[in-house]
Design a protein around this ligand. Structure first.
Ligand code: TUI
Length: 314
């Protein structure tokens, strides 16, 4: 059994976080992951505080184990959600797509463990100084909003920049990814795309099917021109968006094209207008299964790999 310092810090059985995927990671999925021994995380995305409060209540009605909330810092409701997590006594807050400095003291005062996603060494140092409990180093293999650096390059640099526990994210979906993350200095992993195939993940069936049928080159990054690069499946929508982006479509029209696209993918499986966020590792997600099985499977796969690696040392 693999145990690491993050298990003790958070009171979880396995060092596995479920990524806070906007529109997708609701109270039901988060509760299934936490019940399964990992850390389930509710995504606030662009939703208002009331939605997050409701999802936290749902999760807490399904599990007594710790639950996290991911706050997407570009959201117009970030301030509101930052308050809801305090009121609802959420155990762990992860943040993404920005700098959470202004909220850190308020969260720490009430004992919330703050675990920001960092995509650079400078941000890792700042978050360490401001009292984060751990850091998530997310490489650009991930789905959704992506940073510049890959997981392979980012994780060791973040480990060197901090004494805090580091969770690796981006491109991890099986035991090999877990073992590799530990080799790079991480003490846990966060997976998003792998949990899209969980039974308890209630995305549209055609979204799940697309993930399960994905192949190696079937994601792409769009949105660089407007400064918000996003990785998604290479669907008609993504290709059309990319053409518009590089074909000189005005910024406002480009923004309008993306508005609502994630909801259309998640709730309606809309192949024409939906944006199906997914990481590069989608190609290795092959079947639907319960969240608890996903967690156990990846951790059990990692064990012999880590043991074998140590035997090569003569
Ligand atoms: O946040 C994510 N992934 C996301 S958020 C999201 S919702 C969205 N929808 C449309 C457009 C944009 C977002 C979908 N996927 N991952 C965590 C993450 N955070 N990756 C990279 C970062 C990051 C980037 C810059 C963290 C900190 C940061 O700091 C910038 C600064 O202020 O210095």
């Amino acid at each position: 059994m693999i145990k690491s310092e993050i298990c003790e810090l958070l009171g979880i059985k396995y060092p596995v976080f479920q990524g806070g995927m906007a529109w997708i990671a609701d109270g039901k999925l988060a509760a299934a992951v936490s019940e399964g021994g990992g850390l389930g995380i509710i995504a606030a995305g662009n939703a208002p505080g009331a939605y997050v409060r409701e999802q936290v209540k749902i999760a807490k009605s399904l599990t007594q184990k710790p639950i996290g909330v991911n706050i997407m810092l570009m959201s117009p409701f970030a301030d509101e959600v930052a308050q809801v997590v305090i009121e609802e006594k959420v155990e762990v807050v992860t943040t993404g797509a920005g700098n959470p400095s202004k909220y850190m003291n308020a969260w720490k005062e009430v004992g919330i463990k703050v675990i920001p996603v960092v995509a650079s060494v400078a941000m890792a140092k700042l978050m360490t100084r401001l009292g984060a409990s751990a850091l998530i180093a997310e490489g650009g293999e991930s789905g959704g909003h992506v940073g510049e650096l890959t997981t392979m390059v980012l994780v060791p640099q973040i480990c060197d920049a901090t004494d805090l526990p580091v969770i690796a994210a981006g491109g991890i979906a099986d035991g090999r990814g877990v073992a590799a993350s530990f080799m790079l200095g991480a003490c846990g992993v966060q997976m998003g795309t792998r949990f899209l195939s969980a039974y308890e993940c209630t995305i549209h069936p055609s979204y799940k099917e697309k993930i399960i049928k994905a192949t190696d080159l079937c994601t792409m990054v769009t949105g660089k021109r407007l400064g918000h690069p996003v990785r998604s499946l290479r669907t008609k929508f993504a290709r059309d968006y990319s053409k518009a982006e590089y074909g000189g479509m005005p910024d406002e029209e480009l923004e309008a094209l993306a508005t609502g696209a994630l909801r259309l993918a998640v709730q309606e499986g809309d192949n024409e207008k939906g944006c199906f966020l997914a990481g590069q590792i989608a190609a290795m997600v092959r079947k639907e299964q319960p969240a608890v099985e996903i967690i156990k499977e990846v951790m059990e796969e990692a064990e012999p790999i880590l043991l074998r690696a140590s035997q090569w040392v003569k």
